[in-house]
Design a protein around this ligand. Structure first.
Ligand SMILES: [Zn+2]
Ligand SMILES: [Zn+2]
Length: 618
């Protein structure tokens, strides 16, 4: 069920036979161990013991995940269930078995032009094999299989399309903004179209439920993203402190709140201030821990929040060096000495398989009665906005924010990770050299008293010229390739005709959507013109060379030339399509060369600049 962009070894082995087109377009290689514990009984799942891969040629081509319960009491253990947990984690198995509930990230929209099998998620299947499940033209299977092992002969029969998804749930709607949101809303056009079906001559679109705690101008936002009207639930009511569904309460002993504190050390570098704040909190925590024991646990793990990887990396070095050595001397200042802090980070540098481990470490509690041989709890966690997404560790109570985050929504989301069970303390260390930070410092109290009001409107501009450059070709290909079976298979890219209904649907519906969302008929015209140019280019490609054929992707068969181009390889062509909606612009490595800059002496490599000789920053 988790459509998150990786595949397993069997898939790679089958890639040669054209059964699984992995290609560099589709994520990286991951592990089928997406679940660390059984969702039913909580027993740990061991990748070596509890995951069984049944190859395609000798079986159903499935990855079975069993509950690791050694006593075999769980209904999903190997003993009680032949297929284990009802969970699919390999892309191709998801297409063939089509689960009732699919969990994915919006990034995966980028797959639509690249992979014809994505149409199956919208119920567009053509056949069903009694052993392997559904197919579509781009996900081929043999029509007959001989009996093998315990499996009887299998054959494929034609199958009617299935009902497309009825309900789309978009969690954390506030994250779908900026360049990512703009592309998502563009690709969403194709998702919306593919999920639409006709009932008694009426077009039925899926229902969309979006969730967020921080949004402004929701109606415009939802219109641009999903082209739908918005109904807010729960309704706001007459009394801001009590709308029946939620009540605002004064913090007291039973319901602790969160305290915010601002520090602005004028004339000091941000990192110098940060070091002192870290040392003070860590050592004060230790002091209280000596007196009150486990009751102080919420303030023993310091969460450092950073607005960029660069700043976080700098702080990591400082914690391991400056903070560490200062902590050893804090006894002299009336606080407590603390051993070398155990540090972890929660950033995009961590792979998705490491993140559950970090979260497990965060759950470890400071307890004087702890078994000294058991693993130590974390002293410091350094995090970027990754922590704002679904990290729910109840014991955390202390956060230091380095510099005011870019948006208020981000600030609220990040800082509300602490102080869930115990009183929370958030300390924002401002950079006095940044005017925006200074302004936040000056209005600290008012800003925090009203910060839900300060949430900025998100910017989503799906039909802005640059968004059209980046995403419209992918959208056109998705329409033509995924709406039906005719042009679904890779080599069918060369068989298109310019007057086919799929082309016309793309032209009409996309330009109409542009008009509805932007309210400007000129934008609609611009979209239509661009689409006509793209169609022209595509049709020219189909008749380019004798002896070759046009595919969506280049094949190593000596004759298939790809229409689609990978970004970053060469210049941007009309049909360069993104692999991920997050990497809208490539990151650029800069090499800072200090030679020739004369007498600039950097005595203190800082976290703001990383101005060490010849160091690479990105
Ligand atoms: Zn279980
Ligand atoms: Zn089959």
């Amino acid at each position: 069920m988790s459509w998150s962009g990786w595949c397993c070894k069997t898939c790679l082995a089958r890639q040669d036979r054209g059964l699984y087109q992995r290609g560099s377009a589709i994520g990286g290689v991951g592990s089928p161990r997406q679940l660390t514990n059984c969702p039913w009984c909580g027993s740990p799942i061991d990748a070596g013991r509890d995951i069984k891969i049944e190859p395609f040629a000798k079986g159903r081509g499935r990855t079975f995940i069993y509950c690791g319960d050694l006593l075999g009491r769980c209904p999903f253990s190997r003993r009680n269930s032949p297929e284990g947990l009802p969970v699919l984690v390999v892309d191709e198995e998801i297409y063939r078995c089509l689960p009732a509930l699919l969990i994915a990230t919006v990034d995966k929209f980028a797959q639509m032009p690249w992979n014809g099998a994505t149409q199956m998620l919208f119920g567009k299947v053509d056949k069903r094999c009694s052993r392997h499940g559904f197919h579509c033209p781009d996900l081929e299977d043999k029509d007959q299989h001989r009996a093998v092992g315990s499996f009887p002969t299998a054959r494929s029969a034609a199958h009617r399309p299935l009902r497309p998804p009825d309900l789309i749930i978009q969690d954390e709607l506030h994250l779908i903004s900026g360049p990512l949101g703009t592309l998502v809303s563009l690709y969403e056009t194709a998702v919306d179209r593919l999920s639409t079906w006709e009932v008694d001559g009426k077009r039925v679109r899926p229902k969309v439920v979006a969730a967020t705690a921080t949004i402004r101008r929701a109606a415009q936002q939802v219109q641009a993203l999903f082209m739908r009207q918005v109904n807010v639930f729960p309704p706001q009511g007459l009394d801001v402190t009590d709308n029946f569904f939620a009540r605002q309460r004064e913090p007291d002993d039973a319901i602790p709140g969160r305290r915010y504190m601002g520090i602005c050390a004028s004339g000091r570098r941000l990192k110098a201030a940060l070091i002192r704040v870290y040392v003070a909190y860590l050592s004060a925590g230790q002091y209280l821990y000596h007196q009150y024991g486990q009751a102080v646990d919420p303030w023993m793990t310091l969460v450092g929040y950073f607005n960029s990887m660069n700043e976080l990396g700098g702080m990591r070095r400082l914690v391991e060096d400056d903070v560490r050595s200062r902590l050893n001397r804090m006894e002299q200042r009336g606080l407590a000495r603390r051993n070398a802090p155990l540090l972890e980070e929660l950033t995009s540098r961590k792979s998705s398989t490491d993140i559950p481990d970090v979260l497990d470490k965060l759950e470890r509690v400071f307890d004087p009665a702890r078994d000294p041989t058991s693993p130590r709890p974390l002293d410091v966690l350094l995090a970027t906005n990754m922590i704002s997404v679904g990290v729910d560790v109840k014991r955390l109570g202390l956060m230091v924010v380095a510099g005011q985050p870019k948006t208020t929504a981000e600030y609220i989301q990040a800082t509300s990770r602490v102080g869930r069970n115990a009183p929370g303390l958030v300390c924002v260390v401002f950079n006095w050299a940044r005017p925006r930070d200074l302004s936040h410092y000056e209005q600290f109290e008012h800003y925090h008293a009203t910060f839900y009001q300060q949430v900025e409107a998100l910017s989503v501009t799906p039909f802005a010229p640059r968004a059209i450059d980046r995403g419209l070709a992918a959208l056109l290909v998705s329409y033509v390739r995924l709406l039906g079976s005719e042009f679904n298979e890779n080599s069918q890219a060369g068989k298109v005709t310019g007057t086919h209904p799929y082309f016309l649907a793309a032209l009409n519906e996309l330009s109409q959507r542009a008009v509805t969302i932007t309210g400007s008929s000129e934008v609609g015209e611009a979209v239509r013109t661009t689409l006509e140019e793209l169609r022209e280019y595509w049709l020219n490609m189909t008749k380019a060379n004798v002896g070759t054929q046009l595919g969506y992707k280049t094949r190593k068969d000596g004759k298939t030339i790809g229409l689609l181009r990978q970004p970053g390889q060469r210049d941007w062509t009309p049909f360069t399509c993104l692999n991920s909606l997050r990497d809208v612009e490539p990151s650029i490595n800069l090499i800072l060369d200090e030679r020739g800059l004369g007498d600039i002496v950097v005595s203190d490599p800082g976290i703001e600049g990383g101005v060490n000789g010849g160091e690479q920053v990105s």
